[in-house]
Design a protein around this ligand. Sequence first.
Ligand SMILES: [Zn+2]
Length: 299
Amino acid sequence: METLIGLRVDVDTFRGTKQGVPALCELFRKHSIKASFFFSVGPDNMGRHLWRLLKPAFLWKMLRTKAASLYGWDIILMGTMWPGPGIGKHLGQVIKACDAEGHETGFHAWDHQRWQSKIDKFSSDDIYKELKQGIDSLTAITGKAPVSSAAPGWKGNAKTLLEKEKFKFKYSSDTRGDSIFMPQLDGKTLETVQIPVTLPTYDEMLGRDGVTNENYNERMLALLRPGKLNILTIHAEAEGNLCLAMFDEFIQKATAKGFRFTTMGEVLEKTPKPYPVCGITLNENFPGREGWIACQAGL
Ligand SMILES: [Zn+2]
């Protein structure tokens, strides 16, 4: 029996939207795949984010992942010397075309960099405004409200989850974990189901434990779990660019092993209820990542 892989495409930057999204749409067309895209629609200040993180651990990661070739120097510099360009404002047609092709459209961020770096300082009101601005913008682009949301960098805490409840998403994906679950905060179960990401990302894997571009696909294939929840996050900036051919090969090999790539919405539909109720922990030591990220508790 086939096992589904929920495919989550995070789109963080201007260039990722402009080049990576059409490239991935073409790849998905070739394989008759529908995926879940999560768009960033406000200013692209990721360059500022990358500079802010210039410290030894991050430099090492830059070298490991060849961030400059991955993102391009224009992206690294973007937002450092001039205000970042509005992604939705300039590239709304790309987002609209992706949605019109039948992919699932979710909300990732208004300002990805600001969410990732300042979320700890955000009040509930700040969070609501950031969400509202981005969701309104995405709704105007596609003509319908996004079905889901995914927090930038898995920065989801009690405040962000509570504010997201107001938008009545079909599901949210703010956590890393093992199974679809209903998040519980302070003894209260939320209404929006969480679909956690189960697999590591390219930038988390590469350069660690002997992982190279040559053995990356084999290592990832070994992590797929027949009969269980498999959710993979790819990035328009990586798999939609320099890693496109490698990802194409991964799709072929995983398909040959009996897996089928699809939207997270379909994975949710095919997963029988009731979903377990789980807390959320903020993990400071997640392999390959900086700072805390939200995880399904009890794993
Ligand atoms: Zn992101």
